[in-house]
Design a protein around this ligand. Structure first.
Ligand SMILES: Cc1cc2nc3c(=O)[nH]c(=O)nc-3n(C[C@H](O)[C@H](O)[C@H](O)COP(=O)(O)O)c2cc1C
Length: 379
């Protein structure tokens, strides 16, 4: 077993273990991937101030998210198809998050259903909603999340229509996975993944069971998805969702300050500054570049969270310094899941917390809640 010291180690392990079509679904972005690259590169380009002569004993990474104490200002982002990275991946990631002391968000496009995860963990988790054309179905998902005692609803706003990811088309990504000559050759080198995932009970969209009219005729995931999302989704619908849900509401996918101002008036509890991990509008600015202006404009009215490009505790701390109260992480934990299942997610979180803690110490910070631009080097 290789020594894992950072998130890229987990990525490399996942790349070797997981079927290529699934690994690339996770790893890639939309079109030229310029936004995907900018997300990571532009956080990493921000400098930190090295400070000395400050007592940095007894540090704390704890904070609160939606009124609950968490071990660090991080939540696991909603990610589709976790259960194709590792059988029951949604349940395993939810457990790892719970045991670590942070929230897990279940995607609408998960393999395990809302009910599977509620039963498999026995603990509260968050549910992410995509509003579908069929509003009755969207309403039923909200009701199911309530019945499962989900403790927050994350409404994703930046996928009214799907951006193209070239690799998914080239790989013929299908759900449930299909055996083609190319995939068979690939899977022959990944017997551990094949046995684990192909023999598991669930291989399709758990929340949509009975909704996919003719699964056999589907050639690619994108084909099916393209017809499902509601391109008419508007701020009026946000109100509709809020009223139906009646609990803590998070709006995900805000990248523009004008939208952030509307969101701040919507009665939601938090927004996530996000470009969907570079998977939607290629050419959108990196989320770290969008963050400071949004935090300055609405940070006193609504909790501002962040995601996109975080692969280390250093990057996490920079986002906090630029005004985010917390961050969601996507690929960083999915690589852990693909590499080793539940222990891999745990390891991803441990790596990130350790990096966060050491970076706090070396920038003279004892309490993560005090992160501010003062720890950044502006040159
Ligand atoms: C493989 C994959 C699937 C995703 N699926 C969803 C989803 O179903 N719903 C959603 O709101 N966001 C989804 N996202 C976006 C993430 O929630 C998050 O915004 C993004 O991963 C953050 O960027 P990062 O991966 O660089 O941390 C997905 C991201 C990835 C990588």
């Amino acid at each position: 077993m290789p020594v894992v010291t950072n998130i890229d180690d987990l990525r490399e392990m996942a790349r070797k273990r997981v079927a290529r079509a699934i690994f690339e679904y996770v790893d890639c972005g939309a079109y030229t991937e310029c936004t995907l690259r900018a997300n990571r590169a532009e956080i990493e380009a921000i400098g930190l101030r090295q400070r000395v002569g400050i007592d940095v004993d007894r540090r704390s990474t704890k904070t609160t998210l939606l009124g609950r104490e968490v071990a660090m200002p991080v939540a696991l982002a909603p990610v589709g198809l976790l259960g194709l990275n590792w059988a029951n991946g949604e349940i395993l990631a939810a457990r790892a998050a719970h045991n670590f002391g942070i929230p897990f968000t279940l995607s609408t496009m998960s393999i395990c259903s809302i009910e599977d995860v509620a039963e498999g963990t026995g603990k509260p988790f968050w549910f992410q909603l995509y509003v579908m054309r069929d509003r009755g179905f969207a309403a039923s998902l909200i009701e199911r999340a309530k019945a499962a005692k989900c403790s927050a609803l994350v409404l994703t706003l930046d996928l009214q229509i799907q951006g193209q990811r070239h690799r998914d088309l080239k790989n013929g990504l299908a759900v449930p996975p299909k055996l083609t000559l190319a995939s068979a050759l690939d899977i022959m080198t990944k017997p551990g993944w094949a046995f684990n995932v192909m023999t598991s009970k669930r291989k399709s969209f758990g929340n949509l069971e009975g909704r996919i009219p003719d699964a056999k005729s589907l050639t690619t995931l994108s084909q099916w998805i393209a017809g499902q999302f509601d391109p008419t989704l508007s701020w009026k619908d946000v109100e509709w969702v809020k009223n139906l849900w009646g609990g803590p509401l998070v709006l995900k996918g805000i990248l523009d300050v004008e939208d952030a101002k509307i969101a701040a008036q919507s009665g939601a509890d938090a927004i996530v500054v996000s470009n969907h991990g570079g998977r939607q509008l290629d050419g959108a600015m990196s989320s770290i570049r969008a963050l400071p202006e949004i935090a300055a404009a609405v940070g006193d009215k609504i909790d501002v969270w962040f995601d996109g490009g975080i692969r280390s505790g250093q990057s996490l701390l920079k986002a906090l310094a630029l005004g985010a109260k917390a961050a969601m992480i996507g690929r960083a934990y999915v690589y852990g899941l693909g590499a080793m299942g539940e222990p891999g997610v745990r390891q991803a979180l441990e790596v990130m917390q350790k990096e966060l803690d050491v970076t706090m110490a070396l920038t003279g910070l004892r309490d993560v809640r005090d992160a501010s631009p003062a720890i950044l080097r502006v040159s």
